[in-house]
Design a protein around this ligand. Structure first.
Ligand code: PRF
Ligand code: ZN
Length: 367
């Protein structure tokens, strides 16, 4: 089923479980470890596909929940699929919608069958099941599609988390049965909250299903950030070494570096794009608010070492002016820089793994 997908690990770190690899998809390769920007509604907000490509982004995310509500998968299918519709000819991953229903919609009802919720668009009741999520994702046509899972909140009791984790496994079996397209890779999602033994058991069960890739979900949902590394450490030893591993919704420097050290490969997060729309830049590991008066007469680029279009052409003073004036271009320029910054962070880690310099060069993030 997965002839169009392969994952090759080219180098393993000698000190940690970090690895550098290449994940091949029908729309091209993804070099791992790598950060993936979020394009919820079939676009990365404020940037064109050409601008996005210049950031070094390879795979981008879109969302089943949002695209089902607007414009609906039938229209995307009619357009020739997501790649053609949004004009992104590189790899795309769609999230299954489960997590978005849980976090975004009120008045939802979860049963073993699936989730019933009220559409925020027209108030109609929508029934999202594992089968329905896969049908929608098959129609959208992304390269990687995600299993429909139940992400328990934090905090949640061990019993609640155990029940959600087992339901997620039963839903995964139904996703596998419903999945129709060999040109799409279905990734399973490990849940298990902050309980290391539930994580390990879930990962072991999923590994038995021989999927083309695995994700860790249910982190970065309000738990103390120190726990993310612990959860990842409890999970990765049970996952197959020869398949890509994706840590969902995590994209901060430290959490990515530590997860990479435990053997994770792919990351996504709304932080760089959301910060940009709030007038903030990620520079050398810090968050800068460009409205701050210190930038008014600062004629340097955001980061003199950054190769992005923004840093190659514009000054902090100019971006500060645009942010103060609420000009749309401010958000475009900051989005270009912030995505470039996080993609480049993971690219630098990849190069360090290949050169066996990961633990020395990234010591500040690994401690
Ligand atoms: N499940 C799914 N998508 C997700 C998550 C999850 O647990 C998370 C949690 N960090 C982000 N996105 N399907
Ligand atoms: Zn830049």
């Amino acid at each position: 089923m997965t002839t169009q997908f392969s994952f090759q690990v080219s180098t393993r770190c000698s000190q940690t479980k970090a690895r550098a690899g290449v994940f091949h998809t029908p729309h091209g390769a993804v070099e791992t470890p790598r950060f993936m920007p979020v394009g919820t509604l079939a676009n990365v907000k404020t940037v064109t596909p050409t601008q996005l490509q210049e950031t070094g982004a390879q795979m981008v995310l879109a969302n089943t929940y949002h695209l089902h509500l607007q414009p609906g998968e039938r229209i995307v299918e009619k357009a020739g699929g997501l790649h053609q519709f949004m004009r992104w000819n590189q790899p795309i991953l769609t999230d299954s919608g489960g997590f978005q229903v849980f976090s975004l919609s009120e008045m939802r009802q979860i049963t073993d069958d699936g989730v019933i919720f009220r559409s925020p668009h027209d108030g109609q009741m929508i029934n999202l099941t594992p089968e329905r999520s896969i049908q929608i994702q098959n129609a959208l046509g992304a390269d990687v599609i995600m299993a429909f899972d139940e992400c328990p909140p934090y905090p949640a009791s061990r019993e609640e988390v155990e029940a959600a984790t087992q339901r997620t496994y039963r839903w995964l079996e139904r996703c596998i049965s419903a999945h129709q397209r060999p040109d799409q890779a279905l990734f399973g999602i490990v849940q298990g909250g902050v309980y290391p033994d539930l994580r390990a058991a879930a990962a072991e069960a999923l590994a038995g299903l021989d999927l083309p890739g695995y994700a860790i979900g249910g982190v970065s949902v309000g738990e103390p950030p120190e726990l993310i590394a612990k959860i990842v450490q409890a999970t990765t030893p049970m996952l197959p070494v020869d398949k890509p591993r994706y840590l969902m919704g995590v994209g901060t420097y430290k959490e990515m570096a530590q997860a990479i050290a435990s053997g994770m490969d792919l990351f996504d997060c709304v932080i760089p794009t959301r910060l940009a729309r709030h007038g903030a830049a990620l520079v050398k590991g810090e968050r800068w608010n460009l409205k701050n008066s210190q930038y008014r007469e600062d004629f340097q680029p955001l980061d003199e070492t950054c190769p992005c279009y923004t840093c190659q052409n514009f000054t902090r003073a100019y971006i500060s002016h645009l942010v103060r004036s609420q000009e749309i271009l401010a958000y475009t320029l900051l989005t270009i820089h912030n995505i470039t910054e996080l993609v480049r962070f993971t690219q630098k880690i990849r190069e360090a793994i290949i050169g066996d310099r990961f633990t020395t060069e990234f010591a500040q993030w690994l401690s």
